[in-house]
Design a protein around this ligand. Structure first.
Ligand SMILES: C[S@@+](CC[C@H](N)C(=O)[O-])C[C@H]1O[C@@H](n2cnc3c(N)ncnc32)[C@H](O)[C@@H]1O
Length: 170
């Protein structure tokens, strides 16, 4: 993989549904799995086709050697080991036993490949896990997040982190 112009990392690309340009030339798309078109019968065009199959809890060397200006981290929101049903197939699942240590390791790995002054956007939905539970695991404080609520039973939030060099903070 030619990493020269890759300064954006999508650490959980899935089906890239949120992207306007699903093949942005400056983005490196990774996911822990690859799924061929048709893996969801009801959505035959969807596929999971990362540039590199990689686990955010243990990034491969070719990614570790690189620094990114922007990292988007849209982790699964459901605690489930089995990927059955459209939602779980599309969005994956968090391991019910290890999700806390997985997210802790994941944040650490991603923070280590984030450039100085780089931004990490963490997206999370509180289907199974409350926001304060997940934020407890993350060792940095988000600068801000969207405070608007959908008003429904569950909510999705984007948390914005910036890697500000230690000497610039108070
Ligand atoms: C919520 S979905 C991402 C949806 C995506 N942002 C989109 O626009 O379609 C979460 C994705 O994280 C992937 N994932 C789960 N654990 C992972 C891990 N340890 N490392 C990398 N990707 C992982 C899942 O396979 C799933 O595709």
């Amino acid at each position: 993989m030619n990493m020269k112009n890759k300064f954006i990392l999508d650490a959980c690309c899935g089906c890239r549904m949120m992207w306007n340009n699903k093949n942005h030339p400056n983005a490196l798309y990774i996911d822990i799995r690859k799924e061929e078109k048709g893996f969801i019968k009801e959505r035959p065009l969807l596929e999971v086709n990362p540039d590199i199959i990689a686990d955010f809890t243990k990034l491969p060397e070719e990614i570790r050697r690189h620094k990114f200006k922007l990292i988007v981290w849209d982790v699964p929101h459901f605690r489930s080991r089995k990927l059955t049903g459209i939602m779980l197939k599309k969005f994956g699942g968090l391991n019910p036993e290890t999700w806390q240590s997985d997210l802790k390791k994941g944040f650490k790995e991603l923070w280590s490949v984030l450039d100085e002054y780089g931004v990490l956007l963490f997206k999370f939905s509180d289907y199974h896990i409350k926001f304060n539970e997940v934020l407890k695991i993350i060792p940095e404080q988000p600068l801000f997040f969207n405070k608007m609520s959908s008003g429904g039973k569950t909510d999705t939030k984007w948390f914005c982190f910036m890697k500000i060099p230690k000497e610039k903070g108070k």
